[in-house]
Design a protein around this ligand. Sequence first.
Ligand code: 4NP
Length: 150
Amino acid sequence: MTRVLMVCLGNICRSPLAEGILKSKVIGSKVFVDSAGTGAYHVGEQPDTRSIAIANLNGIDITDQKARKFNVNDFELFDIIYVMDNSNYKNVISLAKNSQEKSKVKLILNEVFPNENLDVPDPYYGGEFGFKNVYKMLNEACEVIAKKIN
Ligand code: 4NP
């Protein structure tokens, strides 16, 4: 069983989409997928309505997700921690106890553009287009991830 955690800032826009998309591409008995945020602003909330909408358009239901904050136990519970941007990377790495924990943390777009350290842009303050763009990026990344871990 491979355990994958998707991490963004609020756990309401990007990482819930990443969780839903990856779940739709993997064999459930072989892969466990969850998501979390480095910030606590939205803990307990459903994903943003714009994330729910773009997921729905693509046949994915993410309405049962609830935002939670990333915590240090996640380094033990998960094999791979995909972060959405360089800011999330800094925040998560700063909580790691050792190099083994640090090595679990990866920028998700490096799966599509190796070593480029690109961000999945935060769509929270933008409009619908941002969410469509984020969906496309995460769909490509999750396609690569699913091929590796299935
Ligand atoms: P996310 O987007 O990190 O993709 O979930 C955000 C959601 C909320 C906030 C920032 C980013 N916020 O500052 O409330």
